[in-house]
Design a protein. Structure first.
Length: 76
């Protein structure tokens, strides 16, 4: 999870991603940042994200992002 936290903090410095929730609904991440984040996640964790994965439910919190990554790693 530390790798994911580093990616988020580099993408959007100054946000406390450990406690923040509803990244999309609260305007913490916009659509461009979500795409950048998805690219970083795919590179860092060596997983493939599809449009089905890039939905607001997976980008709600640090925990939901990490759960998505774990699911994708388990598929491989």
């Amino acid at each position: 999870m530390e790798q994911l936290l580093n990616i988020l903090e580099n993408l959007k410095p100054g946000v406390d991603f450990k406690t923040a929730t509803d990244f999309v609904d609260n305007g913490i991440l916009d659509s461009i940042e979500i795409m950048e984040l998805a690219d970083e996640i795919m590179d860092e964790f060596d997983i493939e994200l599809t449009p089905v994965d890039i939905v607001p439910e997976n980008f709600t919190s640090l925990e939901t992002l990490y759960q998505m990554i774990q699911r994708k790693q388990d598929e491989d």
